[in-house]
Design a protein around this ligand. Structure first.
Ligand SMILES: O=P(O)(O)OC[C@H]1O[C@H](OP(=O)(O)OP(=O)(O)O)[C@H](O)[C@@H]1O
Ligand SMILES: NC(=O)CC[C@H](N)C(=O)O
Ligand code: SF4
Ligand SMILES: [Mg+2]
Length: 483
């Protein structure tokens, strides 16, 4: 990975969180939950458990299946309550010291926190705390939460946490573990998901419902935007401690991040993706013989497109599943190689055909360029590209590791220029209202948009204090990626 303090130029993954209260082998259950959330972050993972007397912490670089399935690792995580995290860095870079959950011994006792999202004033707050003597052991935005809890003047522990989070801007879906509490919180806009589940009487918090399915747990409900739930021996309590605002869930969770078998905010992700494809076909249908998805994430939208356009769907591109995701390749040259390693044209299917390729997004254009070439080499007579989201023209600062704006193809080219760049006969993107329609809204409300869609519209729903700060607080440490 890139070792710069503010991450590299990669995009797309974010983080997954999972927690369970009062269940035998809690850490093993968390391991399974994190395995189902592996798509949200593949850089590193960690679990913190509490055995009734003390906390146990394990944090490793790499995939859950490679690091947490060894008996020796799970033996070091005894206890009936545990939280875990799969990470894709968005602040502070890689390196073991930024791996979550973060744990600290506070005056109120031990506390561990696992965070999905990105705090947009974390570095500014860190600077302020450092000036008053705080010593940070990482360059992660998440550690700021622990310091704010530690220095809060509130009396009760939960009030300290509320006090701490009230000072932060941006996106946070958190699970926290103290000696006797499991806590779940979503930021007031509810940018990232968090759900509540139950397994034979033990309450669970998880980023997505697919993490409940893997262990046969029941889905209870979404944690609401701005809600904090406190789970203890005496049950679950819910509070809404932040100033109420209109929720703005990340619309890109539906387009790409969340697993298609998850239900997020009352909607099934697969179903939304198919509807997105249908909208796309209605908006920009073109005469063709075949609808071909760019696997994996283009598949549901291509099915929807094919059904609406009444043109056959075929797997004209086959994906090799033993290759990691494009975005975790460390440099442009390797990334290009990664795309070639990952996809291959199914030539028998494509020869002489007019093909509509469907993908969910164009970011740098690397994938599209390679795929189009592949499909042309396989003998397709026409290649049209249809993208199941509007042009990605702005960076995300809420937990998705987007390339800087200048590297986003749509930020520097018109649609025609992009079509020429990826060498297609035609290129069309879904409109922003089409995307909202697929999500069940009549259109995007201009006065009060129903979702965060900043990477498509540049309309950021929170302040971006660290970005806008005059003294470049992003450059906090030159040791950003150190372990
Ligand atoms: O324009 P680019 O910079 O190439 O990025 C866009 C591509 O990246 C994503 O897929 P990814 O390869 O991450 O994974 P997937 O297999 O889950 O679709 C996305 O689905 C696009 O296909
Ligand atoms: N992608 C995420 O949600 C990352 C969480 C946190 N900002 C980190 O960098 O560790
Ligand atoms: S900027 Fe885009 S990816 Fe980031 S939270 Fe908003 S909609 Fe989601
Ligand atoms: Mg893809």
């Amino acid at each position: 990975m890139d070792e710069t303090p503010f991450g590299d130029d990669t995009l797309h993954e974010e983080c997954g969180v999972f927690g369970i209260f009062h269940r035998a082998d809690a850490a093993a259950v968390v391991t399974l939950g994190l395995h189902a959330l592996q798509h949200r972050g593949q850089e590193a993972a960690g679990i913190v458990s509490h055995d009734g007397t003390q906390f146990h912490v394990e944090r490793h670089a790499g995939l859950i299946g490679d690091t947490f399935t060894k008996a020796s690792v799970l033996e070091r995580l005894p206890g009936q309550s545990a939280i875990g995290h799969t990470r894709y860095a968005t602040t502070g870079g890689g390196g073991l010291r930024n791996v979550q959950p973060f744990f600290a011994e506070l005056s109120a006792g031990g506390f561990a926190v696992a965070h999905n999202g990105n705090i947009t004033n974390a570095m500014t707050v860190q600077r302020e705390l450092q000036r008053r003597g705080s010593i940070f052991s990482s360059t992660s935005d998440t550690e700021t939460i622990l310091h704010l809890v530690a220095t809060s003047g509130a009396r009760a522990f939960v009030d300290k946490l509320i006090d701490a989070l009230s000072r932060l801007e941006g996106a946070f879906s958190l699970v926290g573990l103290s000696a006797n509490l499991l806590i779940g919180v979503r930021d007031p806009l509810g940018i990232r998901p968090l759900v509540l589940g139950e397994l034979e009487g033990s309450l669970i918090l998880a980023s997505e419902t697919c993490a409940l399915d893997i262990i046969g747990a029941d889905f209870i409900r979404d944690i609401e935007p701005g809600e904090m739930v406190v789970i203890s021996e005496s049950g679950i309590e819910s509070v809404f401690p932040f100033q109420a605002r209109r929720a703005r869930f990340c619309i890109f969770e539906y387009v790409y991040f969340a697993r298609p078998d998850s239900n997020v905010e009352g909607r099934n992700v697969y179903d939304i993706r198919k509807k997105i494809g249908m909208e796309l076909a209605r908006e920009s249908n073109v005469e063709a013989d075949l609808i071909v998805p760019v696997p994996d994430s283009g598949v549901p939208a291509a099915i929807g497109y094919s059904q609406e356009a009444e043109v056959p769907f075929e797997l004209g591109i086959i994906r090799n599943h033993y290759v990691g995701r494009t975005f975790i390749q460390p440099s442009d040259s390797i990334r290009h190689m990664g795309v070639k390693l990952k996809h291959n044209a199914n030539a028998a299917m494509l020869k002489g055909k007019r093909v509509v390729l469907v993908d969910d997004s164009i970011v740098r254009g690397t994938t599209s360029q390679k795929i189009v070439q592949m499909v042309r080499d396989a003998g397709a007579s026409e290649v049209h590209m249809r993208i199941a989201s509007p042009p990605t023209s702005a960076s995300c600062f809420y937990g998705v590791d987007t390339p800087e704006k200048a590297k986003l193809l749509a930020s520097r080219m018109t649609i025609q220029e992009m079509a020429d760049f990826i060498q297609v006969d035609s290129l069309a993107f879904l409109s922003i209202d089409g995307l909202y329609r697929a999500c069940g809204e009549p259109e995007r409300s201009k006065i009060s948009p129903q979702f965060c869609d900043a990477c498509f519209t540049g309309d950021y729903p929170t302040s971006l204090t660290d970005q806008d700060g005059a003294d470049n607080v992003r450059q906090l440490s030159l040791l950003g990626g150190a372990g």
